[in-house]
Design a binder for this molecule. Structure first.
Ligand SMILES: [Cu+2]
Length: 115
């Protein structure tokens, strides 16, 4: 009887530790980044295409109306600072950081800030 109880405890313990390990190894992050200079569908396509090629980025969804870029990434391969820098280098403002001006100047007229 005691041996069986021990066995069950061992199995449960193993199950819990396996679960804990699983939670630990899931390093996926997800956040909506403020990208206030987005103007149109071309901006959406450009950011989604370029950011989508970035190592570690698993999903990108630009909301043109909401002016946000929702990104999922693997924390083991990249991080939020690198993702924000990549968006700046594509030619878009991120939070209060101005777009890379060289990239911004190359954007078509419809993708430039109005006014
Ligand atoms: Cu645009």
């Amino acid at each position: 009887m005691k041996k069986i109880q021990l066995f069950i405890v061992a199995i449960l313990g193993f199950g819990v530790s396996a679960f804990a390990q699983d939670a630990k190894t899931d390093t996926t992050q997800n956040i909506a980044i403020n990208t206030p200079s987005i103007q149109c569908g071309m901006c959406k396509d450009r950011i989604e295409e370029n950011l989508g090629k970035m190592e570690g980025v698993t999903a990108v969804d630009v909301n043109v109306k909401g002016k946000t870029t929702t990104v999922s990434w693997d924390e083991k391969k990249t991080n939020l600072a690198q993702i924000k820098a990549a968006i700046v280098n594509i030619g878009y403002d991120v939070d209060d950081t101005q777009a890379n001006q060289e990239a911004y100047m190359k954007l078509p007229r419809c993708c430039k800030k109005k006014g």
